[in-house]
Design a protein around this ligand. Structure first.
Ligand SMILES: *Cc1c(COP(=O)(O)O)cnc(C)c1O
Length: 419
């Protein structure tokens, strides 16, 4: 049953409530390996469900366009101060609705339409909003893209430097959505400085690892950090932008009034709660456990003959390259879902297949680490993955794995649900 319980919703809209209950049970019963997902705490859940959703507060604390900010101002200030303290940033804006609008704010702050941005190519591990052609950022700006080396699977910093010298981008993005290795912020900063570009570190995936000291911080290297709050940081769906003092006002103006209207105050409150949680010793231990689990899972998968992009992982994320296997990414992901293991199919660098039917699987360990799984569970998990991928045509075997997994997970409580 969903926790907190939802009796009023169940009475008012049983159809909707049943779907919510179904999703809660699904999240409880599956090994959730989608690298961008997690389980938030009950405190975060409660904050998102408060009457703060009723309030409009365009502007910033102390400078609003609506009255009645006696409680919203201190809530947003708490979130801002906690973000600054946790990441060591000069300035924080906690209003972006999500990661994509946060990145758009960086464009609005530092680029005019048609000017040049440089980011990691989507099929190499970048994000749509780093200038990919189907995104507004690729349509409205001139985008140049870097990738990874074919031999190492790691960002090709020589290519980044050469491209930057040739194209003179005004903004350089580093970070991505399918990057299993540490991002070399000092190297990107040196390149950005040389060509006089603003360096934006998009830490959406790794913010929780940075907060917990399990990944180097871009602070002192990047001018701007954009991040979602709902991935490894384990907060509500939302985003933040942190900057040096120099860029604070440009970013604030870009978020409001440049791109957005009223901030989502219930989300801001939940971000404040998540940031408080993320500043604890327990969270630092959690962040390190995420990485330990990913390394253990990568090792166990490699031992079973899976080919991993870059040969392993430094963070929470693993990218399996199925090119050498008989099955492609999509049917493998579908088989795994039936077997109780939820992940997504993904392109791999230099993928010979199409983006909608690519050769890779992307996995992350943030959510299973929240559930309490440790290194000791990773060989069994790798065995299930191996068996399910091989048994894509054998539904009864997939269902048997799903039952075994649900039984295991019964011993690992999920915040937001009781069996
Ligand atoms: C998830 C992600 C985003 C976008 O976040 P949304 O909240 O889905 O808009 C942006 N950049 C990176 C690197 C991401 O991983």
């Amino acid at each position: 049953m969903h926790q907190p319980t939802i009796p009023t919703l169940t009475a008012a809209d049983p159809e909707l409530a049943a779907l919510v209950e179904g999703e809660a049970k699904r999240q409880h019963d599956k090994i959730r390996l989608i690298a961008s997902e997690n389980y938030v705490s009950r405190a975060v859940l409660e904050a998102t469900g408060t009457v703060l959703t009723n309030k409009y507060s365009e502007g910033y604390p102390g400078r609003r366009y609506y009255e009645g900010q006696q409680f919203v101002d201190p809530i947003e200030t708490l979130a801002i101060e906690r973000a600054k303290a946790l990441f060591g940033a000069d300035h924080a804006n906690v209003q972006p609705y999500s990661g994509s609008p946060a990145n758009l704010a960086a464009y609005l702050a530092f680029l005019r339409p048609g000017e040049t941005v440089m980011g990691m190519s989507l099929p190499m591990g970048g994000h749509l909003t780093h200038g990919w052609p189907v995104s507004a950022t690729g349509k409205w700006f001139s985008a140049v893209r870097y990738g990874v080396r074919a031999d190492t699977g790691r960002v090709d910093l020589d290519e980044v430097r050469d491209l930057a010298r040739k194209e003179r981008p005004k903004v350089i993005f580093c970070g991505g959505t399918a990057v299993p290795r540490t991002i070399d912020f000092p190297a990107f900063a040196e390149i950005a400085r040389e060509v006089d570009a603003v360096l934006v570190a998009d830490i959406a995936h790794i913010a929780g690892l940075i907060a917990g000291g399990a990944h180097p911080s871009p602070v002192g290297h990047a001018d701007v950090m954009t991040t979602t709050t709902h991935k490894t940081l384990r907060g509500p769906r939302g985003a933040m932008i942190m900057t040096t003092a120099e860029h604070a006002s440009a970013i604030d103006k870009a978020v409001f009034p440049g791109l957005q209207g009223g901030p989502h105050n219930h989300t801001t409150a939940a971000i404040a709660v998540a940031l408080k949680e993320a500043s604890t010793e327990a969270f630092a231990a959690y962040a390190h456990q995420i990485v330990a689990n990913a390394k253990a899972l990568a090792e166990a998968l490699t031992a079973r003959g899976f080919d991993l992009v870059s040969g392993g992982t430094d963070n929470h994320l693993i990218l399996i390259d199925l090119t050498g296997k008989k099955v492609a990414g999509k049917p493998a992901a579908q088989a795994l879902d039936r077997a109780g293991i939820e992940l997504n199919y993904n392109t791999v660098p230099f993928d010979p297949r199409k983006p909608f039917d690519p050769s890779g699987l992307r996995l992350g360990t943030a959510a299973i680490t929240t559930r309490g799984l440790t290194e000791t569970h990773m060989p069994q998990l790798a065995a299930w993955i191996d068996e399910a991928v091989a048994a894509a045509d054998a539904p009864e075997r997939l269902d048997r794995i799903a039952a075994d997994i649900a039984a295991l997970l019964d011993g690992f409580p999920m915040p937001g649900y009781t069996a």
